[in-house]
Each structure stands twice: as C-alpha cells, then as structure tokens.
Design a protein around this ligand. Structure first.
Ligand SMILES: Nc1ncnc2c1ncn2[C@@H]1O[C@H](COP(=O)(O)OP(=O)(O)O)[C@@H](O)[C@H]1O
Ligand SMILES: [Mg+2]
Length: 352
C-alpha cells in the first residue's frame, strides 16, 4: 500500500456544472515530493483541501499512512490526519514571536518539549537566531521558512503547500525552491505542492501531476513529462512546442508532416494512421545541411536563446503554423532569410 492513496476522489460543488475534481486516482510514496500542476480553476486547491480534511469529497476514499481518513463511512477531522499546512500568504501570527509561532502547533506537548522541538526546526530552516523576532521583521523568504518550520514541528505525515512560491520575486523564488526541497528531503518529508507554474513544479518534484478541468492529464517525472507529454494539453502546458499532424510510416517511427519527415525517438507500439506529434523548439537545431528548410518570419530575442518562427513550404497543399525554433544567441539571424535545421528525435513525442 502506498503512503498516501486517493481512490476515485470526486468533488461536486453545489451549482457547479462539472465536478471540480473528477475521479482522481493518485498514489504517493513516503518521502516523495509531488506537485499538482495546472491552470487556475482546474481543481488543485480543492484536491489539497480534501486531503487536509477542510473539504469532504462527494465520492471516493482517502488513506494516509495506512489509515482510512475519508470514505463513505468515515471522516477523520483535519487535526487527526497528521497534516502540516503552509498557506500561500504563510499565515504567521503577527502578534507572536517566531518561537511562539513555531510552538503553536505543539499544544499538547510539555513546555520543555515544545521549546526543544521549536529550536530544532528553527535550526533546520537556518533561522535559529530569529526566534525572538516578529514576523514583520523578516523577509518574505524567511517568513516562508518559518511557515515551513511551523508545519514540520509536530512531525506531520505530510506537508501540504498551496502556491508556496507565488508571492516571491524571481530570484528569491529560485532560492526558495532549492531551500524548501532541501529541508523536505533532509527530513524525508512527504509533500504535496500546488502550483500553476511549470518551472516551480519541475524544480521541486519527484513527480508532477498535471491537471485540467478536474481531471488528471498525466503523472510523470519532470523529465518524462517534458520529453513524453501524453497529450496536446500537457505538451503545451509544460513548455512551448510545435504540434504537427501527420501520417505514420509503416516503420512505426517516421511521421510524414507538412514540414517533411519527423522521427520519433523509438518505434511506436502499433500502427496508427493520422497522428499528432509535439516537437520542442530546442529540438530543432540550425544546421547548414539541415533536413528542413524555411524562411524566417519573426525573431524574438530571449537572452539565453532567440526564438525563430520559420515558415516551411507546404507539401501537397498542406500548410501549417510556422515552426518555432530556439537558436543560439551568438548567431545573427535576419527576418526574411532562409535557414535549415535538423530535429532531434529525443524531443519529438507522439501526442493524443
Ligand atoms: N467552495 C466552493 N464552492 C463552489 N465552487 C468552488 C468552491 N471552491 C472551488 N470551486 C470551484 O471549483 C473549481 C476548482 O477550483 P480550485 O480547486 O480552487 O482550482 P485551482 O486551485 O486549481 O485554481 C473552480 O471552478 C472553482 O470555481
Ligand atoms: Mg488554487
């Protein structure tokens, strides 16, 4: 049995046309960091709130650490589930010192044990000298580490974090992704993190769960998700891509599209007629003798690379969107010139 099991979890809100969360099936192992990733309104927060016990599912069952916490016949209250919550705005108590904030969740412990545990978790997040300060005297990143320390203090089964990085500016955000995962891993804490940001999800997770419209689209490691997205939605949500329609060769590996032949990294398991492939822009490499050739329609300078929109001549009346290609910045490319490129099969995926 997995450490956390969501079995067929569905949530209908009153007046809602479609379920906010639809037949969710998810197993999480001890020590895993999982992110729920998807656009606004896809059901991430609702899922997290059902795990925490703030909201009851309409159907399904939920187990944490071998214990049934929700089913048709049983509802365990939030405080009995062993959950540590970190809220988006951190929800620290402004009138309490950092030490008191961290001790807050340990109400049944002796004073001595509370102080000892608070000191331990403050050291864990690297803020032991701040014990006697107040939340307003700390930076955003420090407040977040305190919120995490408070959540970890009672040694929860699982830490739940809703959009933990969304209030931080870009450079702090990167540091906090690293700090938070470091602390979670050091303590072998199981965590479920909600985010709408693909970069957050990829940077912190063992596995990512992409959701849309209340439905799980795909569960995979960040690398698998990026390289082998299951469908068009996932392909586009986790990065930029070119979606091409084509026909599969009898060799099950080559796809004939309007830009020519595109190869899959490995043979497909069965023959399909018309298929869609996702081709990542960084899988298209400029090359003098490249197999594909087209005219540059637009250049967007991105700093680390430049994005080229290349129009390829349509074959047999087929036309399509221009191909998006990432080109190295040291290369001067003018609008209107012809470029040729090759496609790396490893960044091509067949999608539904
Ligand atoms: N308390 C509620 N009552 C009615 N509808 C709700 C409630 N909470 C969320 N919803 C609806 O459920 C859907 C999923 O919401 P939510 O889980 O907050 O999405 P996310 O966190 O992915 O942005 C949305 O359509 C939202 O409007
Ligand atoms: Mg939300």
């Amino acid at each position: 049995m997995s450490f956390i099991q969501l079995e067929n979890i569905t949530k209908h809100f009153k007046g809602g046309e479609k379920p906010a969360v639809n037949s969710l099936q998810l197993n999480i192992e001890k020590g895993e960091i999982i992110t729920l990733l998807g656009p606004s309104g896809c059901g991430k927060t609702t899922t997290l709130r059902m795990i925490a016990g703030f909201e009851n599912p309409s159907e399904g069952s939920l187990h944490i650490d071998g214990k049934e916490v929700y089913s048709d016949s049983r509802t365990l209250p939030p405080e009995k589930r062993g959950i540590g919550m970190v809220f988006q705005d951190y929800a620290l108590f402004p009138h309490m010192s950092i030490l008191k904030n961290v001790m807050f969740g340990l109400n049944k412990w002796s004073i001595k044990a509370k102080k000892q545990r608070a000191a331990e978790v403050l050291e864990l997040v690297g803020l032991e000298e701040y014990a006697h300060r107040y939340p307003t005297e700390l930076s955003g990143g420090q407040q977040q580490r305190i919120a995490l320390a408070r959540a970890l203090a009672p040694r929860p089964n699982v830490v739940l974090m809703d959009e933990p990085f969304s209030n931080l500016d870009a450079s702090l955000r990167e540091k906090m992704r690293f700090d938070v995962t470091n602390i979670l891993r050091k303590t072998n804490t199981t965590a479920i993190i909600v985010t709408h940001d693909q970069k957050d999800a990829f940077a912190v997770s063992n596995r990512v769960v992409v959701m849309n419209d209340g439905l799980i689209q795909q569960i995979a490691t960040p690398k698998e998700m990026y390289r082998c997205p299951k469908n068009c939605f996932v392909a586009q949500f986790v990065g930029k891509t070119n979606l091409l329609t084509g026909t599969m060769d009898t060799d099950l590996k080559n796809i004939h599209t309007h830009i020519g032949k595109v190869s899959l990294p490995t043979e497909w398991q069965e023959h399909l007629d018309t298929v869609k492939v996702s081709v990542r822009p960084e899988g298209c490499r400029l090359s003098e003798e490249g197999a594909h050739c087209g005219q540059v329609e637009r250049v967007t300078y991105g700093g680390e690379f430049q994005e080229l929109y290349v129009r390829l001549p349509g074959k047999q009346g087929l036309t399509g969107e221009p191909m998006l290609i990432n080109a190295p910045v040291e290369k001067d490319v003018e609008v209107g010139t012809m470029v040729s490129f090759d496609i790396t099969p490893e960044l091509v995926a067949l999608v539904e």
